[in-house]
Design a protein around this ligand. Structure first.
Ligand code: C2E
Ligand code: MG
Ligand code: MG
Ligand code: MG
Length: 282
């Protein structure tokens, strides 16, 4: 009987599944060509102190598909991870973001996301060194963001690689902290320089007292461990006020600025428009 029910449900969902699989394969094929067709671009989202001073930007990948339009990284990063393209994509992101940041008059930080899968496939520390050399970016300005997924396959291997990254003078941030399986013990055994509180907590700060309690607990632990904290997904003044009141040093979110082309943020990177420069010189 159970078998029949199972068959029945398979029948119902089969056409939809088939379409999904075909759609996915099409996207994967197109993704494989996106790098060579120059369809990727980077958007930049400001990171600020809770007092409002801009301290850096996170580079966020965008795929401008010729027919589909903008495809969200939430949709294509998992596909790139499945097909193994993620390494080449993240290498492109790292190089492009470092080159961009090296051109800013202000020595602001630049944060780049790396997939946990990069660690098994690329020599990440060697790649970082090479890109720093190529672009001339000061290593102190680079921060790589990694989720705790990096710890799952090979904990001690991952720690070794992260140490080598830190030895280059580059900082390592734990992204999406509190989501998934983040364990507090990771903070002790792992050489992270910063934690990014997942935006799920920020979003619920005002509506769920438990979220506020968790955020407060993360901050008090981080203070004890001397770890700087940035909260993601800050959209309202009251979220910002709460975060400031519990000692969160930095914030990122639509309240401070949405991810956008760097041209939109030239005034923050120190890239003055030509007119004022000429006016001053004359
Ligand atoms: P993430 O690294 O945790 O990035 C934060 C995400 O939150 C971004 O989504 C950003 O646009 C969004 N966000 C920022 N502020 C707010 C806010 O105030 N409200 C809301 N609702 N959302 C906000 P995005 O750009 O769609 O990226 C999604 C994820 O894709 C990233 O999460 C990251 O895990 C991944 N990703 C993006 N770029 C790259 C990349 O170059 N390489 C790799 N491996 N992953 C990337
Ligand atoms: Mg990130
Ligand atoms: Mg995040
Ligand atoms: Mg994320």
């Amino acid at each position: 009987r159970a078998k029949n029910e199972r068959r029945g449900s398979v029948c119902v969902f089969e056409p939809a599944m088939d379409l999904q699989i075909r759609e996915k394969r099409a996207l994967q094929r197109e993704l494989a060509l996106a790098l060579q067709n120059d369809e990727f671009e980077l958007h930049y989202q400001p990171q600020a102190t809770t007092k409002g001073e801009i301290v850096g930007f996170e580079a966020l990948l965008r795929w401008r598909h010729p027919v589909r339009g903008m495809v969200s990284p939430a949709a294509f990063i998992p596909l790139a991870e499945e097909t193994g393209l993620i390494g080449a994509i993240d290498e492109w992101v790292l190089r492009s973001a470092c080159r961009e940041a090296a051109s800013w008059p202000k020595p602001l930080a630049i944060a780049v996301n790396l997939s946990p899968l990069d660690f098994g496939r690329l020599d990440v520390p060697a790649l970082i060194l090479q890109v720093l050399l190529e672009t001339g970016l000061d290593p102190k300005r680079l921060e790589v963001e990694i989720t705790e997924g990096v710890l799952i396959d090979d904990f001690s291997g991952a720690i070794g690689i992260l140490r080598r990254i830190k030895n280059c003078g580059v900082r390592v941030a734990m992204d999406d902290f509190g989501a998934g399986y983040s364990s507090l013990s990771y903070l002790q055994s792992f050489p992270f320089d910063k934690i990014k509180i997942d935006q799920a907590f920020t979003r619920k700060l005002e509506i769920n007292p438990d979220s506020a309690a968790i955020v407060e607990a993360i901050l008090s632990l981080a203070h004890r461990l001397n770890l700087p904290v940035i909260a993601e997904g800050v959209e309202t003044e009251s979220q910002l006020a709460f975060l400031a009141s519990v000692g969160c040093g930095e914030v990122q979110g639509y309240l401070i600025g949405k991810p956008g082309p760097i041209a939109q943020y030239r005034h923050l990177t120190g890239g003055a428009t030509p007119e004022p420069q000429l006016a001053q010189a004359g």
